[in-house]
Design a protein around this ligand. Structure first.
Ligand SMILES: Nc1ncnc2c1ncn2[C@@H]1O[C@H](COP(=O)(O)OP(=O)(O)OP(=O)(O)O)[C@@H](O)[C@H]1O
Ligand SMILES: [Mg+2]
Length: 297
């Protein structure tokens, strides 16, 4: 049994029976910590009430198709021999997420980590590719790292218009979603640089956007900034059904990881992806990619 399997199974077992991921619990809004389940009246007024439901066919017709140039160095499903083992780990992660969904209606996933550079974007993109490579399955990957966006670079896609433009009210849903005819993967890039990412992410529009998107896609995966010293990931986590924390093997201290897990535990933490784990000892065919595995929460 792989580490991914074991850790997600553990997450499943440890979840309280009353755990319900579908409705976000607004513990924090706009960077302020609030009482569980309670929105400040002034903030409630600012939240848009209308929730738009988009249709898939209209979305396909109207979204951008810029023609991506996916960088094979970041795609574990490329034909490179060295990435075969890593690709298998992503398939395992994918199937465990489907198993979790049998018990709870999870559809929107936040991918974050404690520190920069632990592999959030790598995991978010390859998990989305793993989903989109299945027949009749669609994934939407959203770059919510408005401070250091990278998803568009890995996909060879335009960076704007994107999420920040939508949250600023300068673009509509259709103009920020990109698609590629070759894969059933859709992208919302981060968009133009902004000076107030936390305020934008918490202004209520992303929450409604995710609600509108989740019926159309098999999974919606949100690539977030690191948790340490930034409020952004915690804000977006409120709107997602589940959180995956990426830990770069051998890099992040145990205490820091514990602090990060504390932020989401008991709310919507699904598990920890141990990225860069050395799988060479177990697999003689492994040669290049650092493996992705799961460790305990
Ligand atoms: N398992 C892996 N095997 C090989 N390379 C990896 C792996 N995970 C991440 N990398 C590489 O490490 C670098 C950092 O990864 P990535 O950009 O995904 O991290 P991040 O957590 O999203 O960083 P940031 O906090 O800056 O957004 C990238 O060059 C990426 O390709
Ligand atoms: Mg990143």
């Amino acid at each position: 049994m792989s580490r991914i399997h074991e850790a997600l199974k553990r997450a499943e077992e440890q979840r309280p029976p009353s755990w319900k991921p579908a409705e976000p619990t607004p513990l924090r809004f706009g960077g302020e910590r609030l009482a569980p389940g309670v929105l400040q009246p002034s903030l409630q007024q600012e939240m848009p009430t209308a929730r738009r439901c988009l249709g898939l066919e209209e979305l396909r017709r109207r979204c951008l198709k810029p023609g991506w140039k996916l960088n094979a160095d970041y795609d574990v499903f490329s034909t490179k021999q060295s990435s075969a083992l890593c690709a298998e780990e992503f398939r395992t992660l994918r199937s465990r997420l489907y198993r979790l969904r049998e018990k709870s209606p999870i559809r929107t996933l936040l991918v974050t980590s404690t520190l920069p550079g632990e592999g959030k974007t790598f995991v978010a993109l390859n998990l989305a590719l793993a989903i989109a490579r299945q027949p009749e399955r669609r994934a939407l990957v959203i770059d919510a790292d408005l401070r250091a966006s990278r998803l568009h670079v890995r996909l060879g896609a335009p960076s704007a218009p994107g999420l920040s433009d939508y949250l600023n009210g300068r673009a509509d849903e259709y103009s920020i979603i990109q698609a590629d005819p070759k894969v059933e993967l859709f992208l919302v890039p981060a968009g133009r640089p902004v000076h107030n990412p936390s305020e934008l992410l918490g202004n209520g529009l992303l929450r409604d956007f995710l609600h509108g998107m989740s019926p159309i896609f098999d999974w919606v995966i949100v690539d977030a900034p690191p948790v340490l010293a930034l409020a952004d990931a915690g804000i977006v986590a409120e709107f997602c059904d589940g959180v995956i924390v990426v830990v770069r093997a051998g890099q992040t201290s145990h205490d820091l990881v514990k602090t990060t897990l504390q932020e989401f535990r008991g709310i919507n933490l699904l598990g920890v992806v141990l990225n860069g784990a050395n799988l060479e000892a177990n697999y003689s065919s492994y040669s290049g990619y650092a493996g992705v595995g799961m460790d305990k929460k």
